[in-house]
Design a protein around this ligand. Structure first.
Ligand SMILES: C[S@@+](CC[C@H](N)C(=O)[O-])C[C@H]1O[C@@H](n2cnc3c(N)ncnc32)[C@H](O)[C@@H]1O
Ligand SMILES: [Zn+2]
Length: 382
């Protein structure tokens, strides 16, 4: 234990297998956004997923292995990358000087000579690193609230073939409580549904895709994840133009429960009612099956096994087109009790549809079946 200036008590914690110096008060359940030097112990799973994803990505990447952590707080993510993945040069940055100092001190106690820490504004930092040969193999943008103001500089600082990871914590905006703000920040309209988290992720991806298109690069999402506090997307950046349209709408029918992804706005294809419209947003795949398989092969004993359980679901759902359903909502439309996920999935597969659990909801399933086919499976259990 020691004291940083202004009598901040500093303690050493271990996350993953990395020693991290953090202000003691960050462990006291105070809202992290109220703290001057940022560290959120509850974000350990978020960082665990990063370790798995970055490690899988770095193995296949040809070129200089640089990780740019643009809003690093006390440097937890970058320190873990430097210590747990190895052979990656970490360049960490935060606007808070004392957080940066702590990160540097943590790098010393972990004997890391591949960790550099800067104290700059994130857009300045990323712009400095947007020149050729200075870009990142991986760039992380992990702000308070919306990442929208960092999308341009995040993309510019990512190498061709590199990975941009981005977090959003402005859940109320993305869930449709502040629609106008969402249109302004993410270029699309959200709607409130049982699968609002998938719409939120697709809105984030849609806005990154549109900015990327303006900058003449393209994105491919390879992994997404969320919990109650954040959404996080991992997209591969390529400087090849993409002529396929990846932007459209999620159409939701309040009358029959039908939902579909479409390039155009239209009435419900099941009951011809008017649909509620979310978007424009990303309408293509959320996961790259091969990449998820590589993530599953990254066996880190010190990482919570729950991450691997989530990844198994990502793998199963990776090639299924469409947004997910939940057992509860179908049961409530049909006035019956929810079915077990295994019963629904088996029932749909038996009539030749693709079906799997979804990583985005414990009670959710993803399928290419239409709502009436799902009803049929439920009704066969009455
Ligand atoms: C959510 S925290 C980052 C958490 C960190 N990535 C982790 O995994 O623990 C956001 C950080 O951004 C920093 N920050 C806020 N505005 C900034 C800006 N414009 N430029 C650089 N850093 C900024 C804050 O000081 C804070 O440490
Ligand atoms: Zn309908």
């Amino acid at each position: 234990m020691d004291k940083l200036e202004k009598n901040t008590e500093i303690i050493k914690i271990i996350e993953g297998n990395t020693k991290i110096l953090v202000p003691a008060e960050t462990l006291n359940n105070i809202s992290p956004s109220k703290l001057k030097i940022f560290f959120n112990p509850k974000a350990v799973t978020n960082r665990d997923f990063s370790i798995i994803a970055y490690s899988a990505f770095a193995k296949k990447f040809q070129g200089p292995k640089i990780f740019l952590d643009s809003l690093a707080g006390v440097g937890a993510r970058g320190l873990r990358v430097a210590n747990e993945i190895k052979n990656i040069q970490v360049i960490s940055n935060d606007i808070n000087r004392r957080a940066v100092e702590l990160g540097s001190r943590s790098s010393v106690i972990n004997n890391l000579d591949c960790y550099l820490a800067y104290n700059d504004e994130a857009c300045n930092f990323l712009s400095v690193h947007s020149k050729k040969h200075q870009r990142g193999m991986i760039v992380d943008v992990d702000p308070f609230g919306s990442p929208s103001k960092y999308i341009d500089c995040g993309i510019r600082a990512t190498m061709h073939g590199g990975l941009l990871s981005m977090t959003a914590t402005d859940l109320q905006v993305l869930h449709g409580i502040f629609k106008k703000t969402c249109q302004r920040k993410y270029y699309g309209t959200p709607i409130k549904t049982t699968y609002s988290n998938e719409i939120a992720i697709r809105l984030m991806l849609g806005s990154i895709y549109l900015v990327a298109s303006r900058l003449s690069v393209t994105i491919n999402p390879i992994f997404v994840e969320n919990n109650f506090h954040y959404y996080r997307v991992y997209v591969k950046i390529s400087n090849r133009p993409d002529n396929d349209n990846k932007i459209g709408y999620v159409l939701h029918c309040r009358k029959c429960g039908n939902r579909e992804i479409n390039e155009h706005v239209q009435i419900c294809s099941n009951c011809a009612s008017n649909t509620e419209i979310a978007g424009p947003l990303w309408i293509d795949k959320l996961f790259d099956r091969e990449f998820i398989s590589c993530m599953l092969n990254e066996n880190y004993n010190h990482i919570n096994r729950k991450c691997y359980d989530v990844l198994k679901k990502c793998f199963l759902e990776s090639n299924i087109v469409g947004v997910y359903f939940t057992s509860e909502e179908i049961a409530s439309i049909l006035h019956m009790s929810p079915l077990k996920l295994s019963e629904i999935i088996y029932g749909l597969q038996k009539i030749d549809f693709a079906a799997s659990p979804t990583s985005l909801n414990q009670c959710g399933f993803r399928t290419n079946a239409k709502i009436n086919d799902i009803f049929e499976v439920f009704q066969s259990h009455k």
